[in-house]
Design a binder for this molecule. Structure first.
Ligand code: SPV
Ligand code: MN
Length: 622
């Protein structure tokens, strides 16, 4: 029997016709090939209808991948105990001779990789229903739109994609020559908890020749949801060819005086305050994870690739995050993952509530004091536990996220988890200085968002290193070149929410980021001056004092300011040393990167000669 015939037999009634109505024959060829290989029991083809969305929601409950919770519309999903984060080790690019990748990327010879993955996929969907989704990255029918077809045997993955991305079946019906990304996912064999059993055979392989990503024996969304981090890797390569940027960035609106709206992008490694920044009170969220940037008429425009949020739930509490708290505690569509469930209510780390004595969590039945096989206590909720919600659930969501032309970008913010080097807030001298000394120098202490040890300082340029699919030097050069032809470049800022004093106490409060955002808003609108330092421009005390008063009704003392904004020269010099060392090992690093870092080093040394190792911002006022 040929592949098409197999597909026809497996499709639910009328669903084969849903596929044959698509004019681009590549679609059905791709689908029938993987249906024949993976051998699902049945095939469901999602159109853009609400009825089909509801079918998927119901299936996730029926097959036990999600469970209903007390509040209407809320469900919980558990990933396997060892499947709680992105698996960097087993995420590989399949490469052929002549493909440029540079060092440091996790690659595998293509024929070998395809052979292995096709072997693992043989009959992997046996007994399950396969869901086929037609989706769009970015708003539909815009210059930013990229289209995608997702195959998955997980109703949870399909449900998550429905929340996170725009349906685009009708676009596939209309466009004959549609170019699209392809994703094939299988959770593989499931255990009695409906979690992937064969996690030792977890593989995520990315093939640029056919723009297909394969993901097997895993359920964690960062490994399985094609349109999230898997597509970011494909998009970075496409953007490189076409002269735009695909970034790991939020988009937000910061509100100024008299209704002034300024849009900012922000790149932070996972778990470093990215989502909480774009959701702060008083401002408006456009997107929290992935942005595409394009130039038009001398300006930079960006869209949110998604229409939902797959956010970290840890530390979300009523006081600090009132908006998301409300979304997570009111009726509406929410998938909680890897939290603790007691009496139909989800609990998580840092939620500000008393921890129940027992419940169900990512380890199965949980009770206080439960230990893993190494004798380590199992927390009641996983540190990387998440929620998945539609963006529009948030009261401060800016409806512009659906605008096909995107938002005009005024500023770009980079931040990492840095206990001892960067000041809490600063601005680069110009685009090149910002790309190099802030974006390309970004480091962060590792977190639970990826498998492996936590708390290790790691280099993570533009917070995008995990997803980079082109050589590092080329990626930096693309950022530098992006300013060409712009009327004025967006301003580039660095922030650090994790700076500590010598006793290990945090020097800033969670809410202070609201003040930093307002200062940046004033800067992009040329309304405040700044102090020039060797690393860039920092705020004047008086401006922050006033902003703290206006935004947080908080007294901001000179003492706090000095502690926070003291320039730590030895740490900044070591950072330059470390980063220069890294780039020396990267063969295609643009020469200008070393020049700019060297100039910064010299400025720091000069300043140290005059003022010593630790320099109060007041000393730097000219
Ligand atoms: C991140 O870790 O950066 C996330 C979640 O946004 S994941 O989908 O795992 O990438
Ligand atoms: Mn992310």
């Amino acid at each position: 029997m040929d592949n098409l015939e197999i597909l026809k037999r497996k499709c639910l009634k009328g669903h084969f016709e849903r596929l044959t109505s698509i004019p681009n024959k590549e679609v059905i060829e791709f689908i029938s090939k993987y249906v024949a290989l993976c051998n699902p029991a049945s095939v469901f083809v999602r159109t853009d209808s609400e009825e089909d969305a509801e079918y998927i929601r119901k299936k996730a409950i029926e097959n036990g991948e999600e469970h209903k919770l007390k509040i209407e519309g809320h469900t919980v999903h558990f990933d396997g105990y060892f499947d709680q984060a992105r698996d960097k080790k087993n995420t590989k690019f399949l490469i052929e001779k002549g493909m440029e990748f540079g060092k440091g990327l996790n690659v595998l010879e293509r024929t070998k990789g395809l052979e292995e993955i096709h072997y693992l996929m043989k009959d992997i969907m046996k007994g399950k229903e396969l869901f086929i989704l037609f989706l769009c990255l970015g708003p539909v029918n815009s210059e930013f739109s990229l289209y995608a077809v997702q195959l998955t045997d997980s109703a949870y993955v399909a449900h998550s994609e429905d929340i996170l991305y725009r349906p685009a079946y009708r676009v596939f019906l209309e466009k004959e020559d549609i170019e699209f990304f392809k994703y094939v996912h299988s959770a593989g064999e499931l255990d009695e908890r409906k979690t992937s059993k064969n996690y030792d055979k977890r593989r995520i392989y990315i093939d640029f020749v056919e723009n297909i990503v394969y993901s097997v024996n895993t359920q964690y969304a960062g490994n399985t949801i094609g349109l999230k981090k898997l597509s970011l890797r494909l998009a970075i390569r496409k953007a490189d060819r076409e002269g735009w940027l695909a970034e790991h960035m939020f988009i937000m609106r910061v509100n100024g005086k008299e209704g002034r709206k300024s849009y900012f992008l922000g790149a932070f490694p996972s778990m470093c305050g990215k989502t909480s920044t774009c959701m702060v009170k008083g401002e408006n969220i456009v997107g929290d994870d992935i942005a595409y940037l394009r130039k038009r008429d001398g300006k930079v425009y960006a869209v949110n690739v998604e229409r939902g949020i797959f956010g970290i739930i840890r530390d979300v509490n009523q006081k600090d995050d009132p908006l998301i708290w409300e979304a997570l505690t009111s009726p509406g569509e929410v998938i909680f993952s890897n939290v603790l469930i007691t009496d139909g209510t989800p609990y998580w780390l840092g939620d500000g509530r008393e921890i129940p004595e027992e419940g169900i969590n990512f380890s199965g039945k949980w009770y206080k004091g439960k230990k893993d096989e190494n004798g380590r206590e199992i927390p009641h909720s996983h540190p990387n536990a998440r929620y998945t919600i539609p963006l529009k659930t948030l009261k401060n969501c800016d409806p512009v996220y659906e605008d096909p032309s995107g938002v005009e970008v005024s500023g770009i913010i980079y931040g990492g988890r840095d206990s001892d080097t960067w000041v809490p807030l600063f601005e680069s001298f110009d685009w090149t200085h910002g790309v190099i000394t802030i974006g390309a120098c970004l480091e962060s202490e590792t977190t639970a968002a990826t498998l492996g040890k936590e708390g290790v300082r790691t280099f993570n340029l533009m917070a995008n290193l995990d997803f980079l699919s082109i050589p590092i030097g080329k990626y930096i050069q693309n950022h530098l070149d992006f300013s060409k032809g712009l009327e004025s470049t967006p301003k580039i800022f660095g922030v650090n929410y994790f700076l500590k004093d010598e006793n290990g106490n945090y020097l800033t409060d969670k809410q202070d980021k609201r003040v930093w955002l307002k200062w940046m808003e004033l800067r992009v609108n040329n309304e405040v001056e700044a102090i020039e330092t060797p690393i860039g421009l920092i705020p004047y005390y008086e401006d922050l004092k006033q902003l703290f008063q206006n935004v947080l009704s908080k007294e901001y003392t000179e003492k706090d300011y000095v502690k926070q904004f003291t320039l730590r020269i030895p740490q900044n010099l070591s950072k330059i040393e470390r980063i220069t060392g890294i780039y020396k090992g990267i063969e295609d690093t643009p020469e200008i990167l070393f020049e700019v870092l060297n100039a910064q080093k010299e400025r720091l040394i000069k300043t140290r000669e005059k003022f010593g190792d630790f320099v109060s911002p007041f000393d730097l006022i000219k």
